[in-house]
Write a protein that binds this ligand. Structure first.
Ligand SMILES: [Ca+2]
Length: 264
């Protein structure tokens, strides 16, 4: 991807060192209070394929799945957690740039960046089950168990019928009242949406009813540990193992997949 980074967003979202500005004369809006910033604890580290340009990451059943981008190099794979190796792989047509990945019942659905084509796969085998169409760009994808939720690089999330991909609603994501665009990989966790923000060392937690960002997860220490020199090797990839309540994060071409825990 060659879109512009948004460095100003970092200052907007991570004002850790700066005290809160003095209250203006006008009464502040309580619902737009500054969301808390959480620094996660790394619980475990696992190998991650350094060639994987991670665009989607999910835990489904008892396995980790990843979708990998770039034209001619895109695939959807089931990954062995302990080794980071792909144990099953389904290839995306070489002209397409693979993007977000989500589970729907016993299927996986993966997006493409510019083609408006969603691929369906049997989760157990990654056998192709057909395609469906949607409008706009495909970035991240997750499911709230009733809809597939797609990001497209803007501040909007689109909720799709999981079978037809018909649009059910859109949600504008805001931080203290301001739209936050470049939303990328997504994960549904305990009734909220976690989202990477492209080129930013953070994950935001989004209230799916209001679109408000309610928490910022600070990944700067993890990004520093990875120490990537490639400017496109950004944090991207969030997977939630609901059964064991494990949260995994990684990034494009990162050597490591991290299991993290959020302090309460
Ligand atoms: Ca995910």
């Amino acid at each position: 991807m060659t879109r512009r980074p948004v460095p100003a967003l970092l200052a907007l979202l991570l004002p850790l060192a700066a005290p809160a500005p003095a209250a203006p004369q006008a009464a502040p809006v309580a619902t737009d209070a500054r969301p808390p910033v959480v620094v996660p604890t790394v619980v475990a580290r696992f190998p991650h394929d350094r060639d994987a340009f991670t665009e989607g990451l999910i835990w489904h059943g008892a396995a980790l799945y990843e979708s990998v981008g770039l034209e001619g190099r895109s695939d959807v794979r089931r990954v062995e957690l302990a080794t980071g190796k792909a144990v099953t792989r389904a290839v995306i047509p070489p002209a397409q740039f693979g993007e977000g990945l989500a589970a729907w019942k016993d299927q996986l659905v993966s997006l493409t960046w510019h083609d408006g084509i969603a691929h369906r796969w049997a989760a157990a085998t990654l056998r192709p089950l057909g395609t469906a169409r949607y409008s706009g760009e495909g970035w991240g994808l997750t499911s709230d168990r009733t809809a597939l939720i797609r990001s497209d690089g803007s501040a909007n999330l689109t909720f799709h019928d999981p079978v037809t991909l018909a649009v059910k609603r859109t949600l504008k994501v805001t931080y203290m009242g301001q739209p936050v665009d470049q939303l990328n990989e997504l994960e549904w966790v305990d009734g909220t949406i976690l989202a990477n923000v492209w080129h930013q060392p953070m994950i935001v937690r989004i209230d799916p009813a209001s679109g408000r960002i309610t928490q910022v997860i600070d990944l700067r220490a993890i990004v520093a540990e990875v120490g990537a020199r490639d400017p496109e090797a950004v944090a991207n990839g969030i997977a939630w193992d609901a059964a064991k309540r494990r949260l995994f994060v990684t990034g494009k071409r990162w050597p490591t997949l991290f299991e993290i825990r959020l302090a309460r």
